[in-house]
Write a protein that binds this ligand. Sequence first.
Ligand SMILES: Cc1ncc(COP(=O)(O)O)c(C=O)c1O
Length: 302
Amino acid sequence: MNGEFVPWDEAKVHVLCHSLHYGTAVFEGIRAYETEHGTAVFRNREHLERLRQSARLYYMDLPYQVEKLREVTHELIVRNGLRSCYIRPLVFRGHGPMGLDPTSNPIEVVIGAWEWGAYLGDEGKANGIRAKVSSWRRISPESLIPHAKATAQYLNSVLAKIEVTHAGYEEAILLDDKAHVCEGTGENVFIVRDGRIVTPPQTASILEGVNRRSVIDIARDLGFEIVERDIARAELILADEVFLTGTAAELTPVREVDDRPVGSGEPGPITREVQRAFDAALCGRAERYREWLDFVEVPSRV
Ligand SMILES: Cc1ncc(COP(=O)(O)O)c(C=O)c1O
């Protein structure tokens, strides 16, 4: 936290911290996996680079180089004896003037890490989840910045998540302001139609997922055609397969949307094939994608 390792119980902020009041913070969600060659952070640099970009979009200069944050992440994992974990870097505006121009508030940085299993459940990863299209639309680029991973923006996801989980579904799918399929509350969306894999383009108010990019590369390498285009709501029902990708959820199949089965109502063959290859990449079992893994090196002073 701000350049020091701090015990869990002492990692505190002031209640008048700017970000707590106005959501002026950006963050990342990253995972590290246990592989046969040791613990490795999946696409660590790409996540930290997105953190830098999110900060830039909201007028914040990261006070540390990406490389420094990367080294600290390694040390954090080692010090906590974690073999696999979820990593949460957060860049926030601290205590200072309480107005709506935060540019003179201090920029603070914290990275936390803890063990966290499959976000949508092991059962969901294996057999698919039930999703519902939310009545809330994904934030528009006319009001906020969908390309940034900023805390305030997640109120949109929170509303959608509460709406659908309280109605008995596992995840929400949000449409954008033009009623095109956009994404989940914390995942990108893919559909399979006529053997092609389709996902909304990066201009469609989505967060450009690191896992989205990885799955696109893997699917192309497997020989599938990937199309980035707008997706109509009806295509969620017409699709043969639907799946979600994200750091927390990894690759999770969707077996039902709005109480209608997707395809046969079970994860389809293309989803399964891409999921197998993706899981192999995450856990270091795929030589081809080894460069995506940032192996945790034990810093000499630990
Ligand atoms: C709104 C949203 N969309 C998509 C994603 C997927 O991004 P990634 O694959 O980089 O985790 C996330 C998760 O970070 C998210 O919060």
